[in-house]
Design a protein around this ligand. Sequence first.
Ligand SMILES: *[C@@H]1O[C@H](CO)[C@@H](O)[C@H](O)[C@H]1NC(C)=O
Ligand SMILES: *[C@@H]1O[C@H](CO)[C@@H](O)[C@H](O)[C@H]1NC(C)=O
Length: 127
Amino acid sequence: MISISRILLVSAFVAAKATAQSHTGNLFYFVPGLGACGFTNNNSQVVASVSAAIFNSYPGATPNPNHNPICQHRLYVSSGGRNVTAPIVDYFEEQGRDYDVGLSRPGFETFAPVSTGVVYGVNWIIL
Ligand SMILES: *[C@@H]1O[C@H](CO)[C@@H](O)[C@H](O)[C@H]1NC(C)=O
Ligand SMILES: *[C@@H]1O[C@H](CO)[C@@H](O)[C@H](O)[C@H]1NC(C)=O
């Protein structure tokens, strides 16, 4: 007999995957510290940052960024056949960059040396 809870778990997972929306933007590199989510990270950890627009419009967002449900999610970034999945820990506020994303050094270096500064046209999804 197949367990009902198992079926529900699988369908919830499929629904979550199906609603995750893919975006394209430019990838930059940032130095993490105490981020908007309230976590303290360092430059040897692989962590991610999204724009204030994406962060603040995430379902369940409130004025307290520490309680934003996006802080429990990970960012999947892919480009040129490579990919990185990293916890979302912070946001950045720059005009016209709503669909850009940031990764700390070890994540960025999966795609390019940090000296290049930017990787254009990466695809990303909030998992
Ligand atoms: C970065 O933080 C992690 C987790 O707290 C810790 O294990 C690691 O030693 C830290 N690395 C540096 C270079 O501070
Ligand atoms: C993501 O990268 C890993 C290696 O880091 C690889 O094993 C995996 O197949 C990649 N996934 C996709 C969907 O390309």
